[in-house]
Design a protein around this ligand. Structure first.
Ligand SMILES: Nc1ncnc2c1ncn2[C@@H]1O[C@H](COP(=O)(O)OP(=O)(O)O)[C@@H](O)[C@H]1O
Ligand SMILES: [Mg+2]
Length: 412
């Protein structure tokens, strides 16, 4: 550039030089803005690529952890049965046996309670994670979504008992103001007891049909057999759910399976049942201020029930469902034969008289058997003869089974 400057003869071409330099400067300025613009552009590109890079890195991390997860072995599900000290816990694996195991450092020991569900490492069985206790009652089949079809009209000979259960269970839910006006606490729980086959389960089903409340049902024997080691937790969750869905009714059928009086025997099975019962008692005591929850219990064996269950404030109303007397049998027979094609020769009063000592379930079996006799002889009508034969056959069978019972008892 300096060279070219020398080329210009200075004095005479001062004008030209000036113009030339001016042009040069303008050119350079233009060039400068152009380059600046380019720089800005490149910087923007760089920023864009950087964010792109971060995004891809994140994606890689995610995919890596996904691969990791795919490769990791499954975890065993267990239930905590006891916390020995902050670093050792006794768990029962879902397969049954119990283990003394350690736990991951990420777990807060205070979170672990007997009954908590947890996941265990397959090899060391160390606790990896505590699972949330939320559960879906529908999975356990506890909540009756579709009401049963039984109605009060389908129950024979228990009018007084139906009235009592309505008073104790339905009235507090539908008309709580009645109780408030009189100033008494409505009964919390109702216990139905009596010999098998007399309609206790039937009655509870009818309540479920007639009530607007949510109906939760659980069978005591299932609590101890099907959900080994989880009975107490299930009871807790059952009550939690009932409260959440209140107004609601909890029906515990065959409550003697968990409510049998606590004996001295100390097998682990007994301890488990005992824990379930303790949880039940605690829940029954605890929920009075927690919304409208009524409990119905049913049992064939009130004699072996733990007295604690029968204390006031738990099952305060105890309703006996006895074997039907002759009038009861008559009304049960009427209900059960309402759809049957009966011959005019049939006098249900007589059948009721002949079925002394039979329960509702027996009567059902008898009327069904009579119907079978009619079908076998190709008749549309069930006759008195059919019914009498059915009763005889039924009595024979009962006798025979009793015989088998004693024979097997002899050899046992
Ligand atoms: N009082 C009754 N009225 C009409 N049917 C009855 C009565 N009691 C029992 N039954 C019949 O017997 C069956 C079994 O009764 P259930 O309620 O299961 O007896 P439990 O008292 O052992 O729970 C019922 O499904 C019903 O068909
Ligand atoms: Mg029953």
């Amino acid at each position: 550039m300096t060279e070219s400057l020398k080329d210009f003869p200075e004095p005479q071409k001062g004008e030209d030089l000036y113009r030339y330099l001016l042009e040069r400067v303008t050119n350079l300025e233009d060039r400068n803005t152009e380059i600046r613009e380019q720089l800005r552009q490149l910087e923007a590109d760089k920023r864009y690529l950087e964010t792109q890079k971060v995004r891809y890195e994140r994606e890689v991390r995610k995919l890596k952890s996904e691969i990791e997860q795919m490769k990791s072995p499954p975890l065993v599900i267990g239930t905590v049965t006891d916390v020995v000290d902050p670093s050792r816990v006794i768990v029962r694996s879902s397969a049954g046996p119990r283990f003394l195991v350690g736990l991951s450092q990420n777990i807060d020991v205070s979170e672990i309670k007997p009954g908590s569900r947890c996941t265990l490492n397959q090899q060391s069985l160390a606790i990896v994670e505590i699972l949330p206790t939320n559960f879906d009652a529908q999975i356990y089949g506890m909540e009756l979504v579709e009401a049963p079809t039984e109605r009060y009209e389908d129950i024979g000979g228990l009018d007084q008992q139906i009235l009592e259960i309505q008073e104790a269970v339905e009235l507090p839910l539908t008309k709580p103001e009645l109780f408030r006006r009189v100033g008494i606490e409505p009964p919390k729980g109702v216990l139905l007891y009596g010999p098998p086959g007399t309609g206790k389960t039937l009655l509870a089903k009818a309540v479920a049909h007639e009530t607007e409340a949510h109906f939760l049902r659980v069978v005591g024997s299932e609590l101890v057999q099907k959900y080994i080691g989880e009975g107490a937790r299930l009871v807790r969750e059952l009550f939690e759910l009932a409260q959440k869905k209140s107004p609601s009714i909890i029906f515990i059928d065959e409550i003697d399976a968990i409510g049998a009086s606590r004996t001295e025997t100390n097998t682990s099975g007994d301890r488990e049942v005992h824990r379930t019962l303790m949880q039940l008692l605690a829940e029954m005591d605890g929920f009075e201020n927690r919304g409208d929850v009524r409990i119905i219990g049913a049992t064939n064996r009130i004699d072996i029930l733990d007295k604690a269950l029968l204390r006031p404030g738990r099952f305060d109303r105890i309703i006996e469902i006895p074997l039907p007397d002759i009038d009861g049998r008559l009304s049960i027979l009427k209900i059960q034969t309402v759809e049957m094609n009966l011959d005019p020769s049939v006098d249900l009063q007589e059948i009721a008289l002949r079925t002394e000592g039979r329960n509702g379930a027996d009567l059902r079996a008898i009327t069904m058997e009579a119907g079978m006799f009619a079908i076998r002889s190709d008749r549309d009508l069930v006759t008195r003869e059919d019914l009498v034969r059915a009763i005889d056959k039924f009595v024979d069978e009962v006798e025979r089974n009793r015989g088998i019972g004693t024979a097997s008892a002899m050899f046992a």
